[in-house]
Design a protein around this ligand. Structure first.
Ligand code: DGY
Length: 329
């Protein structure tokens, strides 16, 4: 008998075809998000679920899915999944690292440049018919080239952002809980420093850490006060890494110059105050939103799901301890 998979939301067709070849697929072919109760109902007979970052795979939901063996997230971040609860039940959780690195780094730069050079504000100005003539001080922004970029988190995406900074002749600082090989530091001309020094010295602070207990509100009042009044905060990681109320206050009071946000504390709700601020660029969580990339992310999750259900080893386990150890492990 074929294993059963629940696909929680609309995915690219190639991923569906991969799943349908090997499994009986229960497909929710819509962009609606299921709440916990509806999710539990659909998971009753599922051996695996292919899910997205909007799906609450909490401990309670996992506990109420009696046959579940695999949770396959179409994203690299997996803070919507209680991995500890899954691990305790022997359920494999997989994600989709690698394929979205360059797209997310590109979008980080789009936000950084847009915030520094006031691109959305300038476009709004033009569309509103306010442009009369070239003025020497019209919509002037901040320098990017030659400035200091501070990366909080220096994994795949942080490093890809640093690689782009080479072209802008920037000094790159990074704060990270783990060391980076010296060869990579040299290639990217990046220097590891404590977070407080990074905040004090950077003209652009860009966040690239996953959401964990220890990174929740990593950037709050205290950290914003340490930043230069001319600096910009860029967030393409996860919203709750920033205390958004503190950020709104900091922007209103001119503690920092501006921000570029692709992620928010309670998506899709935008914290009151942010929409009114002209010096913030706001995007609806589109860091990896490139058609080829999203399609690959779907396929990666589907392939890992099929691998698990056909007795192969999934390529991207988040909790590999649940799987039999590899020979060299
Ligand atoms: C991720 O993968 O975690 C992004 O936020 C969505 O691409």
């Amino acid at each position: 008998m074929k294993p059963r998979v629940f696909v929680t939301r609309r995915v690219y067709p190639a991923a569906l075809a991969i799943l349908q070849e090997h499994c009986v697929v229960d497909y929710q072919d819509s962009h609606d998000t299921l709440d916990a109760a509806r999710l539990v109902r659909r998971l009753q007979h599922a051996d695996a679920v292919v899910c997205q970052l909007t799906d609450p795979l909490t401990a309670a939901v996992i506990a109420a899915a009696p046959k579940l063996r695999g949770i396959h997230q179409i994203a690299v971040g997996h803070d919507n999944i209680d991995v500890a609860a899954a691990t305790a039940r022997g359920i494999v959780v997989t994600n989709t690292p690698g394929v979205l690195t360059e797209a997310t780094a590109d979008l980080t730069w789009a936000l950084l440049l847009a915030a520094a050079r006031r691109v959305p504000e300038a476009e709004r100005f033009l569309r509103a018919g306010k442009w009369q003539r070239w003025d020497v001080d019209l919509l002037c922004g901040a320098d990017v080239s030659g400035r200091t970029l501070g990366l909080v988190g220096f994994g795949r995406i942080g490093q890809a952002v640093a690689r782009r900074a080479l072209g802008f002749g920037m000094r790159v600082l990074y704060a990270s809980r783990s060391e980076t090989p010296a060869a990579v530091e040299q290639e990217l001309r990046a220097q590891r420093v404590p977070l407080d020094l990074l905040l004090k010295q950077s003209d652009f602070v860009s966040l690239h850490v996953p959401l964990r207990d220890e990174t929740r509100h990593l950037i709050g009042v205290e950290q914003l006060c340490q930043m230069k009044s001319t600096a910009f905060l860029i967030n393409t990681a996860r919203g709750p890494v920033v205390d958004e109320r503190a950020l709104v206050a900091a922007l209103e009071e001119g503690l920092i110059a501006g921000a570029g946000l692709d992620v928010f504390e309670t998506e899709p709700t935008v914290t009151p105050g942010l929409l009114q601020l002209p010096n913030v660029v706001l995007l609806p969580h589109v860091g990896s939103a490139v058609t080829s990339v999203r399609s690959l992310m779907c396929a990666l999750a589907a392939n890992d799901c099929v691998a698990l259900l056909t007795g192969e080893r999934p390529k991207h386990p988040v909790n590999p301890q649940v799987l039999a150890p590899l020979e060299n492990e």
